[in-house]
Design a protein around this ligand. Structure first.
Ligand code: CUA
Length: 332
């Protein structure tokens, strides 16, 4: 039966806590509002012009009352502030065992890409009880990934990776929206999140399973786009080797170092002139406008799969390289 819903469904652990915080804010605000207006009405009525109320015991000012009510309300709101701050920090810090799923927003659809290669549009299948990290970007304008049942909303911006994580607690289907006006069909840019029991999710992945993972699709693109022509071991053009690159520091021309994370790799493909690896000529052509964000994600997945490969001997990694496979910085 369809009836008016005053409270959205709640399908994640964070959703319950966001609700509790919201209720606490509402209650404290109403208490303060009730106190202030209650006293205003009470005194306004009691000491109205012409009333016979006793006015003999007149104090100029009571510091005790001032200090008491200021301290009590300050403490109440500070407690809410720290609760909210802590919740916010936890909402943006995914647990290390999270499952990565890549989201690309474009006018006017949501595309999802699973690490094993499964792709879907305007739908996202996730398992129940397992943390999922969403790495999100936009192909064109600003969109906003909004799932009321998870109390999650985050802007998806062109040119950078935004990160969000969730852990669904109740299996079911929940609406997904775009919450940022993004053009003609903004209102229709949405879909659904399907939360499945772990076994059902595995079956879904297997049933949808393509023949290749994201990394394998990336490797195919790598050849198709001719990247291997320069970055390959036997190429005549001297380009940085990509084996063992991911997650390591890269010294830049003109000083400074960056970690070769998702954002760096994306920028190197689309904006190669922005950061040039020290010791190399700026000859890399830009692939902006030629490949889509999803292709960039696949190429990045391929480079990530090469993270454990040994770099060629003539170009050893710096001494203080972090342990393999542990990016020192999450994608922004
Ligand atoms: Cu995308 Cu509104």
């Amino acid at each position: 039966m369809n009836r008016l819903q005053f409270w959205p469904q709640s399908a994640s652990a964070a959703a319950t806590e966001v609700d509790h915080l919201f209720i606490a804010l509402l209650v404290v605000s109403f208490l303060v509002l009730g106190l202030v207006f209650g006293l205003m009405i009470y005194f306004g009525t009691k000491y109205r012009a012409g009333s016979t109320a006793d006015r003999s015991d007149e104090h100029l000012k009571s510091w005790r009352w001032e200090v008491a009510w200021t301290t009590v309300t300050l403490l109440m709101f500070l407690a809410l502030f720290f609760w909210g701050g802590d919740l916010y920090a936890r909402l943006y810090r995914p647990p290390p065992n999270a499952l990565d799923i890549y989201i690309v927003g474009k006018q006017w659809m949501w595309k999802a890409q699973h690490a094993d290669g499964q792709a879907e549009i305007n739908e996202l299948h996730v398992p129940v009880g397992r943390p999922v990290r969403l790495v999100m970007t936009s192909q064109d304008v600003i969109h906003s990934f909004y799932v009321p049942a998870f109390r999650l909303k985050h802007d998806v911006l062109p040119g950078r990776y935004e990160m969000l994580w969730l852990e669904a607690t109740v299996a079911g289907t929940y609406p997904l929206f775009c919450a940022e006006f993004c053009g003609t069909d903004h209102s229709r840019m949405g879909g659904r999140i399907v939360v499945m029991a772990p076994a059902a999710y595995e079956r879904w992945l297997a049933a949808r399973g393509p023949s290749s993972t994201m990394a394998q699709q990336g490797e195919a693109l790598f050849r198709q786009l001719g990247c291997s022509g320069c970055h390959g071991a036997n190429s005549t053009v001297r380009a940085p080797p990509l084996e063992g690159l991911y997650g390591r520091p890269v010294p830049l021309q003109g000083g400074g170092t960056v970690i070769a994370d998702d954002q760096y790799i994306r920028d190197s493909i689309l904006l190669p002139k922005s950061q040039i690896a020290a010791g190399y000529a700026a000859v890399m052509p830009s692939f902006a406008g030629q490949i889509e964000e999803e292709d960039v994600l696949k190429l990045t997945a391929y480079l990530r799969s090469l993270a454990t490969a040994a770099p060629p001997p003539e170009n050893p990694p710096p001494e203080n390289a972090p342990p393999e496979n542990t990016p020192t910085r999450a994608p922004r």
